[in-house]
Design a protein. Structure first.
Length: 160
């Protein structure tokens, strides 16, 4: 039995903005903690200001500017009438295939950062316990609702 290769679509460009904002917020928290450590070490040991926080600032900027786009490019998805494909990852590449017949619950969500970037997250809950939640972030709200409605119509047509 041969499997067909499904061409994957990239995530919306707006999701790159979401990832960069989230990365910047995370690094700001780390830099704030490093600044506290900097202040303490300056007070107790007389070290030069920025010895601790400086490297975190540099790595945070480099990470947000250069590593985040690579992470964004590694995501892809495809929706056929029978299944949703979601692929991501660099070191460990994950390609999840969700048969529409196994979907039990569908969520479309948008946080404030996603809303400002014009993207949404589609969450599929499937039968089973392990890996029963499949999340597809970074697609347009319209596309997420189209996929949700297509899956819902197939669920409603299924004989129970």
């Amino acid at each position: 039995m041969a499997f067909e290769t499904v061409p994957l679509q990239p995530l919306e460009r707006g999701y790159l903005r979401v990832l960069r904002i989230r990365s910047a917020i995370g690094w700001l928290i780390v830099v704030a903690m490093a600044a506290v450590a900097d202040g303490f070490l300056q007070w107790r040991a007389g070290l030069t200001p920025g010895v601790v926080a400086g490297p975190f600032i540099v790595f945070g900027i480099l990470s947000t500017v250069f590593l985040v786009p690579g992470r964004w490019r590694l995501w892809g998805y495809a929706f056929t009438d029978r299944e949703l494909h979601v692929a991501y990852g660099w070191l460990t590449r994950v390609h999840t295939v969700v048969p529409v017949a196994r979907v039990q619950h569908i969520d479309v969500s948008q946080g404030p950062i996603e809303r400002s970037a014009g993207v949404a997250t589609l969450s599929l809950h499937t039968a089973g316990t392990e890996n029963s939640l499949v999340v597809l972030p970074g697609i347009s709200r319209q596309r997420a609702e189209e996929i949700r409605d297509a899956i819902r119509s197939q669920i409603n047509d299924a004989p129970w």
